[in-house]
Design a protein around this ligand. Structure first.
Ligand code: ATP
Length: 288
C-alpha cells in the first residue's frame, strides 16, 4: 500500500496562555499543502514486528520514529500478529514547522487501519493520533481547520482559495520545544487576528486572508535567524501577497495569486539560497 503524507502550514498561529501543566493553549488555522512524504506499507505474514527503513540519514528507524509509533499503537491494541514493513521516503524537511513526523504518523494510522481491516472511524483514529502528538489528529482530518486547546480540538473550515504556496526552509536547526520554552505567553505584543482569517476564508478573500496571516512564534525564532525575515522579504518583493513563518519555523511560506510570479521567485531563491529547500506547491486536502 502506497501512501502520501502531506505537510501542513499555519495560516495563523496564536498562543493564548501557558497552562499549569506546561502546555500552551493555542488557536491555529491549519492548511495542508501538496508537499508530501511517500510511505509504502507491506504486511508480512511470515514474521511479526515492525521494520522501518527511510531515505533520511538523521531520523530514527526505531520506535522513536512517529511512523513506527503509530503502527505499534494500533498493532498492539488489536493484537495484530502479522508483521509490517514501512518504507518511508522523506521529502518534507525535518524539524521545519511542517509537521513532517506527525503527518507520517497520521498516514500510518490510516494505512494500518485499512491493511489489517481494523474498522476504526476517522474520529477513532484521530483520538489515537492525539496520543502520538498534538498535530496528528489534524493531519488525519486534513484540509483547512481551526485547531484549539493544545492543537487537538479541531473544527473544519472552508477550503482555502486556490493560490500558489512557495515554501522555503533555510538550513538552520530549530527545536519546537526550545521555541515554546523561550516564548513569554503573557507578554505577546501582537496577536494575529485568527477570527479575521476565518472570516476571510468564509468569504474566499485571498488578499485579505494574506494580510491577516501571522505567527506569534516568529517573534521568538526570527531574531535568532535573520534569514527568516530576509526570505519573507524576498518572497514579498517577488510578488507574494504575504510571507510568514510556519509553526515554530524555520520554514517560511509565501502566498501568490500569480503562478508565474511564484515560479520566478522560486527559481531566483533557489539560486540565491543554494543550501535551502525551496518548493512550490498549492493548498490541498491531504485526503486524496
Ligand atoms: P512540528 O511542525 O509539528 O513542530 P516539525 O516539522 O518541526 O514538526 P518533524 O519534522 O516532525 O518536526 O521532526 C521533529 C523531530 O522528530 C526530529 O528531530 C526527528 O528526529 C523526529 N522524528 C520522529 N519521527 C519522524 C518522522 N517520521 N519524520 C520526521 N522526523 C521524525
Amino acid at each position: 500500500m502506497e501512501l502520501k503524507a502531506t505537510a501542513k502550514i499555519n495560516l495563523g498561529l496564536d498562543v493564548l496562555r501557558k497552562r499549569e501543566d506546561g502546555y500552551h493553549e493555542v488557536r491555529m488555522v491549519m492548511q495542508m499543502t501538496g508537499m508530501y512524504d511517500r510511505l509504502v506499507l507491506t504486511p508480512l505474514s511470515k514474521r511479526g514486528g515492525i521494520f522501518l527503513k527511510t531515505n533520511h540519514a538523521y531520523i530514527p528507524e526505531n520506535e522513536n520514529n512517529l511512523a513506527y509509533k503509530a503502527a505499534k499503537l494500533l498493532m498492539d491494541e488489536f493484537s495484530v500478529s502479522d508483521g509490517l514493513s514501512i518504507r518511508l521516503d522523506k521529502f518534507i524537511p525535518v524539524a521545519a514547522g511542517l509537521a513532517g513526523g506527525s503527518t507520517d504518523a497520521a498516514a500510518v494510522l490510516n494505512g494500518v487501519n485499512e491493511l489489517f481491516h481494523l474498522g476504526l472511524s476517522r474520529e477513532e483514529l484521530m483520538e489515537r493520533g492525539g496520543k502520538i502528538g498534538a498535530d496528528v489528529p489534524y493531519c488525519i482530518l486534513g484540509g483547512t481547520a481551526l485547531a484549539e486547546g493544545i492543537g487537538e480540538k479541531l473544527s473544519p473550515l472552508p477550503a482555502m482559495p486556490s493560490c500558489s504556496i512557495l515554501l522555503a526552509k533555510p538550513p538552520v536547526f530549530i527545536s519546537t520545544k526550545e521555541v515554546y520554552g523561550a516564548l513569554r505567553a503573557d507578554s505577546i505584543e501582537r496577536h494575529p487576528d485568527i477570527d479575521g482569517i476565518i472570516d476571510a476564508l468564509k468569504r474566499q478573500e485571498l488578499r485579505e486572508l494574506s494580510s491577516l496571516m501571522g505567527n506569534v512564534l516568529e517573534d521568538v525564532t526570527a531574531p535568532m535567524h535573520p534569514v527568516i525575515r530576509e526570505m519573507e522579504r524576498e518572497m514579498e518583493e517577488g510578488g507574494a501577497l504575504r510571507a510568514v513563518m510556519s509553526g515554530s519555523g524555520p520554514t517560511v511560506f509565501g502566498l501568490f495569486d500569480d503562478y508565474d510570479a511564484a515560479r520566478k521567485c522560486r527559481n531566483g531563491m533557489r539560486k540565491k539560497y543554494s543550501s535551502a529547500r525551496i518548493f512550490l506547491t498549492e493548498p490541498c486536502t491531504g485526503r486524496e
